[in-house]
Unconditional design. Structure first.
Length: 202
C-alpha cells in the first residue's frame, strides 16, 4: 500500500498537507477544550447557590437540635424547624445543584460542537481527494509495474505521447512524437511514470 508518491517533491508536499490536516484537528481539539473549560466555570454559580441552600438547611437543623428535648413543645418545634429548613434551604440547594449540572452539560455539548463541526468539515474537504489519490497511486503502481522490458517501454511511451498534455510532454522532451517514432522511449516512459507519482526504476 503506497500512501505517498516516489518523487521527493510530491511526497514532501503531500506529507506537509497531511501534517497540516492533523495539526488543524489538534487545534480544533484545543479550542474545544478551552470553550468547555470556560463554560464549565459557570457551574460555580450553581454550586454557590447549592452551598447557600445547604447552609440554610444546616442552620435550621442546628436550631432544631437545640430545641429538641425541651419540655412539652420541644420536639414539635424541632420538627417544624427541620421542615422549614427543608422547604427553604432544600429547594435552594436543589435549584443550585440543577444549575451546576446544566452548566456542566452545556460545557460538554459546546466542547463537542466546537470540535466535531469544524473537524467534520475539514475531513470532508481533505479526506476524499486524499483517498482518491492513494487509490490512483496504487492502481498506477500495479498497472505500470516492470517498465524495463522493451515491449512495455514502447507501450508506456505510446501512452505518454498520446495521453499526456502537450505542455507536460514538452517538459521531458522537445519532440515527443519524433522520440516515439524513432524508438527513443526513455523520456516518454519517465514522463508517464512521474505523472503517476512513480519513480523510474534504475
Amino acid at each position: 500500500m503506497r500512501l505517498y508518491p516516489d518523487l521527493p517533491g510530491r511526497r514532501l508536499d503531500l506529507m506537509a498537507r497531511d501534517l497540516a490536516t492533523v495539526l488543524a484537528l489538534v487545534l480544533f481539539g484545543k479550542i474545544a477544550l478551552e470553550v468547555h473549560d470556560a463554560v464549565d466555570k459557570l457551574a460555580i454559580l450553581g454550586e454557590g447557590v447549592e452551598s447557600a441552600g445547604n447552609a440554610v438547611t444546616g442552620g435550621f437543623d442546628s436550631a432544631a437540635d437545640a430545641v429538641d428535648g425541651a419540655p412539652v413543645v420541644g420536639d414539635d418545634i424541632g420538627d417544624a424547624l427541620r421542615g422549614a429548613g427543608e422547604g427553604s434551604g432544600g429547594e435552594v440547594s436543589d435549584l443550585g445543584r440543577g444549575g451546576a449540572g446544566a452548566a456542566h452539560d452545556l460545557a460538554d455539548l459546546l466542547g463537542l460542537v466546537f470540535f466535531l463541526l469544524p473537524s467534520a468539515l475539514l475531513l470532508l474537504w481533505a479526506l476524499p481527494p486524499r483517498v482518491h489519490q492513494v487509490r490512483r497511486l496504487n492502481a498506477a503502481a500495479r498497472v505500470l509495474r516492470d517498465p524495463a522490458s522493451p515491449e512495455r517501454q514502447e507501450l508506456l511511451a505510446a501512452r505518454a505521447a498520446f495521453g499526456l498534455p502537450y505542455g507536460t510532454l514538452l517538459q521531458y522532451t522537445k519532440d515527443p512524437i519524433g522520440d516515439l517514432q524513432a524508438g527513443r522511449f526513455d523520456e516518454l516512459v519517465r514522463a508517464e511514470l512521474e505523472q503517476a507519482g512513480l519513480r523510474v526504476p534504475r
